[in-house]
Write a protein that binds this ligand. Structure first.
Ligand code: SF4
Length: 485
């Protein structure tokens, strides 16, 4: 085991002065803990997992979503970073070799991707390989789960290789609503936030066009062909957006793509049972990790919609607003005038961003829906109302379980015929969502399936998916949800 890992194994999260939040006094760190905190490994987590201007470097982006990752990379290129999406899943064996097995699957996949990419580059370039030219992009989240620690863990692994020690990891965090001011060139943050948000929504609608058209295509493979070209076109349009940020240049081609996609569909086909996917964002978005569950459900007779990437971005903003409202109450109780001013300023900025995002999201969906009836996306307020109404779960509990539970109820409200929960094996929020949804949907007589993944092939998975689709078809027939197109 790595020396630093051995040391960190016994590390207890006590501040160096032995004071925890709330003023509780604890004994100071023991000599072992002090040694760890002062060790170079511990310092490396602060030095080489950080936020800095990435322009001019090769920014390595994990391929979480085939559409989303490419459009986010294009947004980075629009502000001067040489962003590339790494090939994915080729390095899974490496990811497994350098993890202990206690991590969840997305950690193994992303670690494998970065190790495979760097090794391939090192072999390709030979002595010209310059690790300091690269930056690895790995966002983090605060909260009770392990995700916030994965960039630190992966730092420790990269440090095991002399050749990769000088590849820094750059992150954005949910803690400050994915603030980007420190990772793009000065003065470009507002531009980048607007462009990357719209790029994420465009990724969502491109996916929804595919899922709406592919099950009904006249010629097998025609949808995939069209949408591959469409993605390349939108990537170029985002990358060359220009300083004036004229979103009309993106909406025009998008409308054209929707109209052309519609022409690929058969007419007069009965609507298939509609299946809504919820769950953990990486697993449900990453086709290799979820063993292409959307295509499988389509092959067995369903029409599928996956929860969107935009939902997560809107949720992070929503949570930041909720937190600042709590901070306001605290500052009010403390009679802190400076605190009140600071929180009010932050709250106002977040609210403006929330309105902006809602406006842009509606604009993009409206553009496409004028030509093709893709599924609209729900707002976070709608999800919240579903939870409050049912008194099942509350935003205060946190984690993306709120989105999974509320999102499933939204699907059902809109007449879907089944819900699949896709998540990494042992994922805490998804297990919570499952424990709430399984009995609830059973009572509501809506087919529900848990689909946990850890990279293993389960021989009974296909049988479970086929049985689920059979139930969904029955639900459609009994409930009369199927409509003639
Ligand atoms: S939320 Fe799930 S996927 Fe994310 S770190 Fe936790 S266990 Fe892993």
């Amino acid at each position: 085991m790595l020396r630093e890992q051995e040391a960190l194994r016994d590390f207890v999260p006590v501040r160096i002065d032995g004071v925890l939040a709330g003023g509780i006094q604890l004994p100071g760190p023991n000599p072992m803990q002090r040694e760890v905190m002062e060790s170079s490994a511990f310092n490396r987590l602060g030095e080489s997992v950080q936020q800095f201007d990435v322009s001019g470097r090769r920014l390595l982006i994990p391929d979480m979503s085939p559409t989303g990752s490419r459009l986010i990379a294009a947004s980075f290129r629009a502000v001067g970073a040489d962003a590339v999406v790494m090939e994915t899943y080729r390095g899974l064996a490496l990811g497994r070799e350098y993890t202990s097995g206690k991590e969840c699957f997305p950690c193994q996949v992303t670690l494998g991707d970065i190790l495979h990419h760097l090794e391939t580059e090192r072999q390709r370039l030979g002595s010209a390989f310059a690790p300091e030219r690269y930056v690895y992009f790995l966002p983090e989240a605060d909260g009770p789960c392990r995700f916030g620690m994965y960039n630190k863990l992966q730092r420790l692994v990269l440090d095991r290789f002399d050749a990769y020690r000088s590849v820094p990891i750059v992150y954005i965090s949910t803690r400050n609503n994915y603030a980007t001011a420190d990772i793009v060139p000065p003065g470009k943050s507002s531009y980048f936030r607007k462009l990357s948000y719209v790029a994420v929504i465009i990724a969502d609608v491109l996916d929804r066009i595919t899922w709406r058209v592919r099950p009904y295509e006249k010629e097998a493979g025609s949808t995939d062909g069209l949408m591959t070209d469409a993605l390349n076109k939108m990537v170029k349009a985002v990358e060359h957006m220009g300083p004036e940020l004229d979103f009309g240049r993106l909406l025009g081609p998008l409308a054209d793509i929707a109209a052309r996609a519609r022409s690929l569909m058969k007419t007069g086909e009965r609507r298939r049972p509609r299946i809504g996917i919820i769950g953990e964002i990486y697993l449900r978005s990453h086709p290799c990790s979820n063993q292409d569950i959307i295509r499988k459900l389509e092959a067995y007779g369903g029409e599928v919609v996956n929860a969107s990437l935009g939902e997560w971005v809107n949720f992070v903003n929503f949570e930041s607003i909720r937190k600042s409202e709590h901070q306001w109450q605290k500052a009010w109780r403390d009679r802190s005038h400076g605190g009140l001013r600071e929180v009010a300023r932050r709250w106002m900025g977040l609210k403006i961003e929330q309105y902006y995002q809602r406006w842009r999201q509606c604009q993009v969906y409206r553009t496409v829906r004028e030509h093709l009836d893709i599924e609209p996306d729900h707002g976070i307020q709608a999800v919240k109302k579903r939870l409050d109404h049912n008194r099942l779960f509350h935003f205060a509990i946190g984690t993306e379980a709120v989105l999974s539970i509320g999102g499933a109820l939204e699907y059902i409200h809109h007449g879907y015929d089944g819900v699949v929960n896709v998540f990494p094996f042992t994922c805490m929020p998804s297990t919570i969502a499952s424990s709430v949804l399984r009995p609830l949907l059973h009572e509501m007589k809506v087919p529900y399936l848990d689909a946990p993944y850890d990279g293993a092939i389960q021989p009974n998975r296909d049988v479970a998916l086929r049985t689920f689709l059979y139930q969904a078809r029955q639900h459609r027939d009994v409930g009369g949800q199927g409509k003639e197109r």
